[in-house]
Design a protein around this ligand. Structure first.
Ligand code: FAD
Length: 515
């Protein structure tokens, strides 16, 4: 008889429930009576409940879990996300109100088989050319026109333009919990009060106040910032990223949608990230609400000033609204899998909200656990490999996030400190040197451990005004006329897409009405 195998997931936030549902599906829980998956969740400790933006990989995840797109959109107050509009990152707003802005779309630059448009854009006259993202894809113009990335009849999760979603984080955790339970996952309420280790230092059992003791073959720590198992009990060290990424606090609030019933009211299909004197603000349009948050470095900004910045941005509607303060330490655990315990979600690490990497890290971790978990025997070798891959992934995200901060020409101390060469990760500094003479390319990155591709770097670099000088190599790019025709074609396609695609508001209304 196959011996019983138990996986205990501690924590009922997005990480806990996503891990549970994913493992239930990937390990075929319903067909394996010897396998038991349980989520143990404290009835007293709430979930963090922030994180309203995500990444296109969520579509594959939802599809894998068997959650339909309309159900997801209805149940989580979701809207479509086509990228991020960055405002004031390159320079502070001018006296005359002139503002620096650029778009980071999900869609890759248009790529013709025999012609890479990027060098041709770089060789164009700087004063006359279109902004990078606008020149190389349709998506910026579609998002600017507040169009949806797809039509109503389009297949679920598919579209002509790449997209993700914005959603209510509490509602997402609830939806994932419901799906995990349908897939056969047990749910127990209890707060872990003690973690007992065996003679090898592995977890022998957990004690809870309400539900007694729990023993398992694998313990998944999804206890959020508390990191009860991986941190407190097993003492896995925390590697701070603060010398690169300074933000360590967020203030968050939710405003009601000012015009929920107006079918013509604009509804953004991108996150708006506006830089301020010591960090940035997120602005996310949900269906029926607007999530706004102020991210900042406590070394550079006091809490009161942060609240003032947030209320100044959100306007009079936020005057009496309670703000939630969320301190965080940017960084990660170097060993996220230790013996029979693996951390997923905030317990494994968190860098900051920029570019919405929380959920995507959960997806990466749980995908690996499902494939790497040995059917029997010791876990040391997969744990070593998992740790190697996850820490590289975290380091790569640090590089990408730092890129947003280190290129700014803003003069406030936060931004000046961010541009100090000593605060750049070595690899990023090395790449930036190379990107002075050539654009980022795919061989700069090892794709299996990357969340962001070379074109994501291109969007940020050229959006921020970085100069890659191809002047001396002009002769190497003789297809300028063909490139110009392609740029014009992208422009025409964008005109057509703006005319053909439904407004974002109307598509969301239609999906919610079930028509
Ligand atoms: P939590 O939600 O904190 O859940 C922890 C769970 O553990 C709870 O159920 C709690 O009851 C349980 N627990 C704790 N201690 C015990 C115990 N002793 N016994 C039993 N149970 C226990 N991610 C994105 O993808 N996009 C974003 O835009 C984004 N923005 C963010 C903004 C901020 C300010 C922050 C802080 C995070 C953001 N994130 C974002 C990250 C995202 O919020 C998290 O990755 C996600 O919510 C997962 O959280 P979690 O499940 O790990 O932890």
């Amino acid at each position: 008889m196959t011996p019983k195998r138990r996986i205990l997931i501690v924590g009922g936030g997005t990480a806990g429930w996503l891990t549970a549902a994913h493992l239930a599906k990937a390990l075929r829980l319903a067909e394996r009576p010897h396998l038991e998956l349980t989520v143990l969740e404290s009835p007293d400790i709430g979930i963090v409940g922030v994180g309203e933006g995500t990444f296109p990989t969520i579509r594959t995840t939802l599809q894998f879990l068997g959650i339909s797109e309309p159900a997801f959109i209805r149940d989580t107050a979701a809207t479509f996300k086509q990228g991020i509009r960055f405002v004031d990152w390159g320079r502070a707003p001018g006296a005359a109100g002139a503002r620096h802005a650029f778009f980071h779309p999900f869609e890759a630059p248009y790529y013709a088989e025999d012609l890479n448009l990027v060098p041709y854009w770089l060789l164009q006259d700087e004063a006359a050319r279109e902004p990078f993202a606008r020149a190389v894809t349709l998506q910026q113009r579609v998002a600017e026109a507040q169009r949806a990335p797809k039509r109503a009849g389009e297949a679920p999760f598919a579209a002509p333009l790449n997209y993700a979603y914005h959603f209510d984080a509490f509602k997402l955790a609830r939806l994932l919990a419901e799906r995990a339970r349908q897939l056969g996952v047990h749910h127990v309420q209890g707060t872990v009060t003690d973690v007992v280790l065996d003679e090898r230092g592995a977890i022998a059992r957990l004690e809870t106040a309400e539900a007694g003791r729990f023993e398992a073959d694998l313990y998944v720590d999804c206890t959020g910032f508390r990191a009860e198992l991986i941190g407190r009990a097993l003492g896995s060290g925390f590697k701070s990223a603060r010398r690169h990424l300074f933000a360590d606090r967020a203030l968050a609030c939710k405003l009601p949608d000012p015009a929920p019933d107006d079918p013509d009211a604009p509804l953004e299909s991108c996150t708006i990230a506006t830089a301020h004197e010591a960090g940035w603000l997120w602005d996310i349009a949900l269906n029926g609400a607007r999530g706004i948050g102020c991210v900042y470095s406590s070394d550079h900004l006091g809490d009161e000033r942060a609240a003032e910045i947030l209320r100044g941005y959100a306007g009079p509607a936020s005057r009496d609204l309670a703000l939630r303060s969320i301190p965080f330490a940017p960084g990660y655990r170097e060993r996220q899998w230790v013996r029979n315990c693996v951390a997923v979600g905030l317990s494994a690490g968190f860098l900051e909200p920029l570019e919405s990497t929380g959920l995507v890290l959960i997806e990466a971790a749980v995908g690996m656990i499902a494939e790497m978990l040995p059917h029997s025997g010791p876990m040391e070798a997969p744990a070593r490999r998992f740790n190697e891959l996850m820490t590289t992934r975290f380091d790569n995200i640090i590089n990408f996030l730092k890129l947003h901060y280190c290129l700014s020409g803003r003069s406030e101390p936060f931004w000046r400190d961010n541009a100090e060469p000593a605060t750049l990760p070595e690899r990023l500094a090395e790449l930036l040197e190379q990107w002075r003479l050539r654009p980022p390319g795919r061989f700069d990155f090892v794709l299996d451990t990357e969340t962001f591709a070379f074109f994501n770097y291109q969007y940020i670099l050229y959006g921020m005004g970085w100069r890659t000088d191809l002047g001396a190599a002009r002769e190497d790019f003789p297809q300028a006329a063909q490139a110009e025709r392609l740029f014009a074609k992208i422009h025409r396609f964008a005109d057509r897409a703006v005319a053909d695609l439904p407004s974002h508001r109307s598509l969301i209304r239609q999906i919610n009405a079930g028509t």
